[in-house]
Design a binder for this molecule. Structure first.
Ligand SMILES: Cc1cc2nc3c(=O)[nH]c(=O)nc-3n(C[C@H](O)[C@H](O)[C@H](O)COP(=O)(O)OP(=O)(O)OC[C@H]3O[C@@H](n4cnc5c(N)ncnc54)[C@H](O)[C@@H]3O)c2cc1C
Length: 470
């Protein structure tokens, strides 16, 4: 703490620490509801890890790689495509344009809504006061309520030299200045699988090392099998059930030593094994809060920490650790902090969008979960290769799978992989979230869909499932 800190006169209704989706969701909702709001952000620009190091750059990069692949695949353009071979840094440059537009737009949101943005690292002095280390010195900011929306960073185990250019995590991979010949991705969670896809689509040799016995085991088995099949088909070498022993960096390669005795050499190692909450330098001890071993905070159903005027949202509270969910959590927090309650409820089921190749998305229960719970269900499939739209676009890899109750016909789960899966899933989600009898697979049987569309997959899958009922 600094004695000479400038004390801000204002007592803000809400002080938000972090300007990622959780912080922005909270700040915007509170400001729109008439509260005075300050946002403290240590990075030079607003937007959070989401805009600068995580969701936006990885998705923009993936899109650029996808466009290049599309060009190569299309017989009309393949001759031109053969003459260009964009490298990793060139493709990343496209992402920089998107990041700049995102930052400008978000900065404007704060200005238009009269939210004070203070640049600097914030740490609690007391439950009602934060000290911020700004570029021009320390400043104290007081608030009636606080939102900890500080996000997370890649977990870095001790003993690995992350300062070496051959050793990267999801933040530093964005600074690669060339396309490597080979990459080993350690950690086959969402981030690991997404980057394995990106590198493989760029023609890089990829090893994907998984500490579990399946990829993304929270997904439906059929989708997991499809992902593993297609990644292998593209040339990704997947190794399951491996534990890391040590990393050896040599002049010409980095070697991942595994407890099973295997040694995997590649030009670059991408460490993608988990994340930690950014709570280390937050002064939590001064307000009586403690984070768990992964730096995460515990909250109640209103996103309140054990200190009643301090809320937390986004990655810092753990699951589902998605930009999508973080924004919504922030809005609920603001409503509770400003009005004492939110007059709406978030849907319990959060969809998953995984931007691998093929893309994956799902919402609701899996076959494994329904079987374990003894719920009688039926399955309806639609294969993309049988849809006119998919045949026209050439994106024929994929499937939509609907799980519904055999007796009530209510939708229980929607699982999809293939082009636009993350968009397609929302059609089913809208029906599945309807109350009572309005949630029925019959909606898709009785609805006329535009033709040719990918949405038509719903009718095909619904009829396929209904026809199975005995
Ligand atoms: C590679 C990758 C890809 C992803 N892709 C997707 C995706 O496709 N879809 C999706 O929904 N999610 C995705 N995610 C997850 C998503 O990025 C996060 O869930 C989301 O960014 C969390 O939002 P947040 O507001 O909690 O934190 P963040 O976005 O991390 O923002 C936290 C902010 O707090 C600031 N901060 C931290 N400590 C302090 C402090 N003491 N004082 C002041 N400021 C501070 C940080 O500088 C940062 O700006 C991805 C993540 C990664 C790593």
């Amino acid at each position: 703490m600094t004695d000479s800190a400038i004390h801000d006169e204002t007592l803000y209704d809400l002080v938000v620490i972090g300007s990622g989706p959780a912080g922005e969701g909270a700040a915007m909702k509170a400001a729109k509801d008439g509260a005075s709001v300050a946002v403290v952000e240590r990075a030079r620009e607003v937007g959070g890890g989401c805009v600068h190091w995580a969701t936006i750059p990885s998705k923009a990069l993936r899109h650029s790689v996808g466009q290049y692949l599309e060009l190569k695949r299309n017989p009309l353009f393949s001759a031109i495509a053969g003459q260009v071979k964009p490298g990793f840094p060139q493709l990343l440059r496209a992402a920089e344009g998107v990041i700049a537009r995102q930052v400008a737009m978000r900065r404007d949101f704060y200005e238009r809504n009269h939210v004070t943005v203070v640049r600097g690292q914030g740490a609690f002095v007391s439950p009602h006061e934060l000290e911020v280390q700004t570029p021009s010195g320390a400043r104290r900011i007081r608030g009636k309520n606080f939102v900890v929306a500080v996000g997370s960073r890649p977990y870095r185990p001790p003993g690995i030299d992350f300062s070496h250019p051959r050793v990267r995590d999801s933040d530093t991979v964005l600074k690669l200045d060339h396309t490597p010949d080979s990459v080993t991705v350690f950690g086959a969670g969402v981030v690991g699988c997404e980057y394995a896809s990106i590198f493989r689509n760029l023609g890089v040799k990829v090893n994907l090392v998984n500490s579990r016995d399946q990829l993304l085991s929270f997904l439906d088995d059929e989708i997991v099998d499809a992902l593993a099949y297609h990644l292998r088909d593209q040339g990704v070498v997947i190794r399951h059930n491996e534990e890391y022993e040590r990393v050896e960096v040599k002049d010409d390669l980095v070697v991942l030593h595994l407890k099973s005795g295997k040694k995997i050499g590649s030009e670059v190692l991408l460490w993608a094994q988990g994340r930690s909450g950014n709570t280390l330098e937050l002064g939590l001890d001064r307000v009586g809060l403690t984070a768990d071993s992964r730096g995460l905070l515990k909250v109640d159903e209103h996103f309140r920490t054990p200190v009643p005027n301090i809320y937390a949202a986004g990655d810092v509270i753990g699951y589902p650790s998605l930009a999508s969910a973080s924004y919504d959590q922030g809005r609920v927090v603001a409503a509770h902090a400003v009005h004492g309650q939110a007059d709406w409820q978030l849907q319990k089921q959060v969809p998953t969008g995984i931007y691998t190749s093929p893309e994956i998305s799902s919402v609701g229960q899996t076959e494994r979960e329904l079987t374990a719970a003894g719920i009688p269900y039926e399955v309806g499939h639609s294969l993309f290769r049988s849809l006119a739209r998919a045949q026209i676009t050439g994106n024929t890899v994929g499937m939509l799978k609907l799980l519904f109750h055999r007796e009530t016909l209510e939708l229980l789960g929607i699982h999809c992989f293939g082009d636009q899966a993350a968009e397609i899933v929302h059609i089913g989600q809208a029906i599945m979230s309807q109350p009572g009898k309005a949630n029925t697979v019959m909606y898709f049987v009785n609805t006329t869909f535009n033709y040719p569309t990918m949405a038509e997959a719903y009718r095909v899958a619904a009829l396929n499932g209904i026809n199975r009922l005995v």
